[in-house]
Design a protein around this ligand. Structure first.
Ligand code: HEC
Length: 156
């Protein structure tokens, strides 16, 4: 009877120790796993995270940066002549619907006396059948260049 008890107690102690050992091992394994996935203490971890960052970055990022950088820094103003050919000349060469004609000093004299700011404002807002910004995507600088060319070619 006592012998049997001793054997039971012995095996219980062994089982308890085994469970404790498994617990301790699980603790260290968990720490190791946490270390490699969330902190940079393990050698090589930084590289791994950088590689992952690179793989999961948005595909369009580089292309978007290029698109943003170009128009802002590299968009050059078109010349007055180019703008007139592209748009203004359509009305101002022929003088359609009362448009001051390119080459007619008389048509431009009174208008020119209002000053460049006023003329630019007319084109930006639109006047008569001339739509705002003459219906194009012309910048203020481009419109002023075009007006200057029109007036120069009209003898002003
Ligand atoms: C659709 C025809 C049309 C186009 C295109 C057009 N214009 Fe005009 N423009 C007119 C007409 C018509 C007037 C006269 C409006 C009035 O006095 O009632 C005018 C007037 C002007 C005036 C005089 C404004 C004032 O205050 O007296 C300027 C300057 C001018 N245009 C510049 C331009 C420039 C620069 C462009 C091109 C970027 C352009 N126009 C394109 C029809 C046009």
């Amino acid at each position: 009877m006592i012998e049997q008890d001793q054997r039971v107690i012995k095996s219980m102690i062994i089982v308890t120790l085994a469970i404790a050992l498994i617990g301790v091992a699980a603790f260290f394994i968990a720490q190791y796993v946490a270390d490699t996935s969330t902190t940079a203490r393990q050698p090589g971890t930084e590289d791994t995270r950088a590689a992952v960052q690179e793989r999961i970055q948005p595909v369009g990022k580089v292309a978007v940066a290029g698109v943003i950088a170009k128009p802002v820094t590299a968009k050059e103003a078109r010349s007055g002549k180019e703008i007139i050919t592209a748009s203004c000349g359509g009305c101002h060469h022929s003088g359609v619907a009362g448009a001051p004609k390119i080459g007619s000093k008389r048509d431009w004299e009174d208008r020119a006396s209002a000053g460049m700011d006023a003329l630019l404002a007319s084109v930006v807002k639109g006047k008569g059948i001339m739509p705002p910004r003459a219906g194009g995507d012309f910048s203020d600088v481009e419109i002023v260049s075009a007006i200057k060319v029109m007036m120069t070619n009209s003898g002003l």
